[in-house]
Design a protein around this ligand. Structure first.
Ligand code: ADP
Length: 768
């Protein structure tokens, strides 16, 4: 098995010097030295010894309490966990079917995980969910939170219900406040049919459900929350559509027919008309379909499934937001360590004939029973991905020998006081916030089929309008155009200094500097966007390395000079039109710029680029009218890194016959051979992707080989991943799912993913 050796930067990690490259291990933490277990759904069938070995080696333990889940047990044991007695507290993972008592939560150690947050009933009890959403309707506008059918809690709201009944005679649906599986649910068309001695909910019945082949159905979605502070929500890419067994009729004469009005599997499986599907390859046959099969069907019918799924995401986020404060507060009170809790919720959503999704309820412990191959296919992959995201740490230093910790400290990263600012990041991010970013990035890397729906660039902005800022991260999104340019200029200055410093070191001429290459690429593109033409001097590769760096550094200095003049011009223009740009307090910003490191500035620029979805403001917006001319080719012989864009007066510094030893820069400049070309609007715009390209170059290469200094620090990578890489990801996923070609012939499903092997073997695992 290949091994990867990493440097010993800190002692946060495994005691092993050599770090394994094992498929079941992902590396996390500040220096990527904490091993985390990665799960594979196939293991449940293959029982692969290699997969099992990691958990066994790290002596991982779990317990299952007040629930029976063969799937969870099967996955954990095939990943090397051993089961302990429910009374023992010597576990890494506890899987329970009910809420946890505060004293149990308080006693958790930092390596222990449980599958519920405290006070999750704020979401999962029907009465609490409705009250929380009602509160959001009052504070943020009814329309914005109109995601659940109108509901009354009886007997206390009986009068209000009667007044509504006068306007809308129903039918209405009656539900016990805390029940599940359709138990105790029935429809009424008259208030006199409602018992007054029980705590019940009365909800407006959605009597225009969307039908498929005349049957009513609802959708089970799997939502994973890995943290309430800050809130982090994932939605699984696959779900289940569950059909009623009797064709729908909106008349009142069948009001008592549960097989028509309720879509619960537990209700309909009792019907003689229930059709189950035994073929794991078929996802759209019988009374249970995969959600993607349902979406394909609707798409085929001409429905806008992308819009539908974006509304579903919206509904999920809003529901969780409505309980966020209570649950986050309970976490502060009862949960000793940040990563102790995670939770998988089952969201039940009904779609009406206008394609509006309605939230019916949120299930505390969604059923993981695998009664059909499709269940196993979807649920095994989903649970496996969930365990991977949640991240079972394998570091032996963390495992079951630590004394109880009273503080909310994290297991990875520097042990700084919560709230203290980290020296390397002056953006106001605390050490805790940096850890949060890192955690989210690491979760992203292990996300499998989970799609992060909050926070994303879109949802962060959309929902923070109605919610208070989550952290000082948001503050860094507030700088103005001019300030962004000032930050960029300072950033370039830092780069120039580094280049100059490198030019003074005695370097191996064979060693190619990534920084140097980046600067060349940047200058080639960015200079074309300056208002003023700039003569570029690109050093020949035949020159000694130090000289090449010196020349480049000089060129960069020239660029910065021109660039700053344009910024000044911009400020003057703004002053003239008395346009007060929204910005960070100028003196605070100046102070920041003066102190900031290269990586601090990178952070600001990354945020700004993300926020504005373009880096164009850094580079100017010059538009030229003349069409592009063909380029001279000598340039590429001098420096052949990337094709030369039009739009700049290019020149290559080439050594003359006498320049065998390093000539002074001025001498080189005199030997410049010029190439002229005119620019175009296209050229101007080409510099924008150019800047992004530079960033992405850095992203794919976090460490500059041979330099020791990261070209971009971890936090930039974190921020970038958190705020950029998933941009529109969810929507893309949904639209690609729903635009899958193929007629939705109900008996003609296709394999969804490699895990269909699971479904084939479901017999060994079915039952919960
Ligand atoms: P349970 O927790 O018992 O499953 P639900 O609230 O999910 O309770 O309701 C059970 C079923 O009743 C749903 O799957 C759905 O088919 C139907 N249902 C519930 N509420 C409504 C409603 N307001 N309008 C239409 N159908 C509903």
């Amino acid at each position: 098995m290949p091994t990867v050796i990493r440097d010993k930067e800190d002692s946060e990690s495994s005691s092993e010097d050599e770090q394994e490259d094992h498929p079941c291990i992902a590396w996390s933490g500040l220096s990527r030295k904490i091993p985390v277990l990665v799960f594979f759904a196939e293991a449940i069938v293959s029982k692969d010894g290699n997969i099992r070995s990691v958990g066994e080696r790290y002596n991982l333990a779990f317990k299952i309490v007040r629930t029976e889940s063969r799937l969870v047990r099967g996955l954990l044991t095939t990943h090397g966990f051993h089961e302990i007695h429910p009374n023992s507290n010597d576990f890494n993972l506890m899987w329970t079917g009910s809420h946890l008592k505060p004293y149990l939560l308080r006693s958790l150690q930092d390596f222990q995980k449980v599958n519920h947050f405290p006070r999750s009933y704020e979401l999962t009890r029907k009465d609490r969910l409705y009250k929380n959403i009602q509160r959001m309707q009052q504070s943020h506008g009814f329309k914005n939170f109109h995601i659940v059918p109108q509901t009354f809690v009886l007997p206390s709201e009986y009068q209000e219900f009667c007044s509504s009944f006068v306007k809308d005679q129903g039918p209405w649906i009656i539900k016990p406040v805390a029940s599940s599986r359709g138990r105790g649910i029935y429809l009424v068309s008259n208030p006199t049919q409602i018992p007054m001695d029980e705590n019940i909910l009365v909800s407006r019945y959605i009597n225009n459900p969307l039908l498929i082949d005349d049957f009513k159905f609802d959708v089970r979605l799997y939502v994973l929350v890995t943290s309430y502070d800050p809130l982090t929500i994932y939605l699984y890419e696959e779900g289940l559509a569950r059909f009623a067994t009797v064709k729908y009729d909106c008349g009142t004469k069948n009001i008592k027919n549960q097989f028509m009005h309720l879509t619960n599997y537990s209700v309909n499986k009792k019907s003689s008309d229930y059709v189950s599907c035994d073929d794991p390859e078929v996802e759209d046959y019988g009374n249970k379909w995969s959600m993607s099969a349902m979406l394909r069907y609707l798409k085929q019918e001409g429905k806008d499934t992308t819009l539908l799924m974006s509304q579903v995401e919206d509904l999920v986020i809003k529901a969780v937001l409505s309980a966020e404060l209570q649950i986050a507060t309970a976490c502060k009170m009862f949960v000793p360590h940040r990563n102790n809790c995670f939770e998988l919720y089952g969201f039940d959503v009904l779609i009406d004939s206008n394609l509006k999704p309605w939230l019916l309820e949120v299930n505390l412990s969604p059923s993981l029973a695998c009664d059909a191959p499709l269940d196993l296919k979807i649920k095994a992959s989903m649970i496996s991905d969930m365990f991977s995201i949640v991240g079972e740490s394998l570091s032996p230093s963390l495992f079951r020998q630590r004394p109880l910790s009273a503080n909310n400290t994290d297991t990875d990263g520097p042990k700084e006081k919560p709230g203290s600012k980290q020296g390397d990041s002056t953006l106001g991010l605390t050490a805790e916030e940096l850890k949060v970013l890192r955690r989210i990035r690491e979760e992203h890397e292990r996300r499998g089929g989970f799609i992060r729906i909050f926070p994303t660039p879109e949802t962060w902005e959309l929902y923070s309008l109605s919610c208070p800022p989550k952290s000082s991260l948001s503050l860094s999104l507030c700088c103005s155009k001019v300030q962004a340019r000032m930050a960029f200029s300072s950033y370039l200055l830092r780069v120039q200094m580094r280049l100059l410093a490198e030019s003074r070191t005695i370097a191996n001429s064979a060693c190619r500097s990534h920084l140097q290459e980046l600067v060349i690429r940047f200058l080639k593109r960015a200079a074309s966007n300056l208002q003023q033409d700039m003569r570029m001097v690109l050093p020949s590769r035949q020159l000694p390395l130090q000289d090449r760096r010196r020349i480049l550094s000089h060129q960069l200095g020239e660029f910065i000079h021109c660039y700053n003049k344009e910024t000044e011009h911009m400020v003057k223009k703004l002053e003239k039109v008395k346009d007060q740009e929204h910005c960070i307090n100028p003196s605070v910003f100046q102070e920041f710029i003066a102190e900031a490191s290269e990586s601090d500035l990178e952070e600001v620029l990354t945020f700004y680029t993300h926020k504005n979805k373009s880096a164009s403001v850094f580079l100017g917006t010059k538009c030229r009218k003349t069409p592009p001319q063909p380029q001279a080719s000598v340039f590429s012989s001098a420096s052949t890194l990337v094709p030369q864009p039009p739009g700049v007066i290019w020149a290559a510094a080439r050594p003359g016959p006498t320049t065998v030893s390093a000539p002074p820069v001025s001498q080189v400049l005199r030997q410049v051979q010029s190439f002229t070309s005119t620019s175009s609007a296209a050229a101007a715009s080409s510099s924008m992707p150019g800047a992004i390209h530079i960033y992405s170059q850095k992203l794919s290469r976090p460490i500059s080989a041979g330099q020791g200094k990261p070209l971009m620090n971890n936090i930039l990578l974190d921020v970038w991943c958190v705020l950029s890489s998933q941009s529109f990801y969810g929507l893309r996923r949904w639209s690609s799912t729903s635009s899958c070609p193929g007629t939705p012939s109900r008996a003609n499903g296709r394999p969804m993913d490699p895990h269909h092997i699971l479904a084939k073997n479901y017999n060994s695992l079915s039952g919960d």
